[in-house]
Write a protein that binds this ligand. Sequence first.
Ligand code: URA
Length: 216
Amino acid sequence: MNAETSKDPMVHVIDHPLVQHKLTLMRQKDASTNSFRTLLNELAMLMAYEVTRDMPTHQVEIETPLETMMAPMIDGKKLVLVSILRAGTGILDGMLTVVPGARVGHIGLYRDPKTLQAVEYYFKMPKDTQERDVIVVDPMLATGNSAVAAIERVKALKPKSIKFVCLLTCPEGIATLRQAHPDVTIYTAAVDRQLNDHGYILPGLGDAGDRIFGTQ
Ligand code: URA
């Protein structure tokens, strides 16, 4: 993490030892597709815990074996998880495990290999987004172009709030996203050193989509 990032209150680095340990296992080039996917799932569950910390709760009356009490519950349906295809699926699955009532949106974007710009090919969101909080997920915030484009599309639907969750990012990706969407909080497990000329994060973990789906 550089000095700028460490001071930015809109960038939350989730430095819990369990998160850091699992990320280290994922970075290793010999990790199998199966273990990469399993670890990403576990990490997404742990990150969901942090990202939903300020989620509203309401009191409901319940009966314990001994007496009646008022107890807090969340309304998962008020949350929309938006997965940037295809790699976002890896984080989406883990988060849905802990917030199973959440609604799900999908944005299909691919990165033009020459310009590194995001090109949209799919967009589907739940109804009534303006009544919901949105969490956009993508494992790698690299150039930031996909995240900026995805958030722009989501913002047009006027949700109550938008957060962005990734596994890994770099100073370049953070700067691009912060400049375009200064109101969006970023959650990440690590801020790596830099982006290379092909838009990959260094030291990073390689192509997240290929590693999740075993396509390389
Ligand atoms: N996307 C990836 O999958 N990996 C990177 O390092 C950058 C973008």
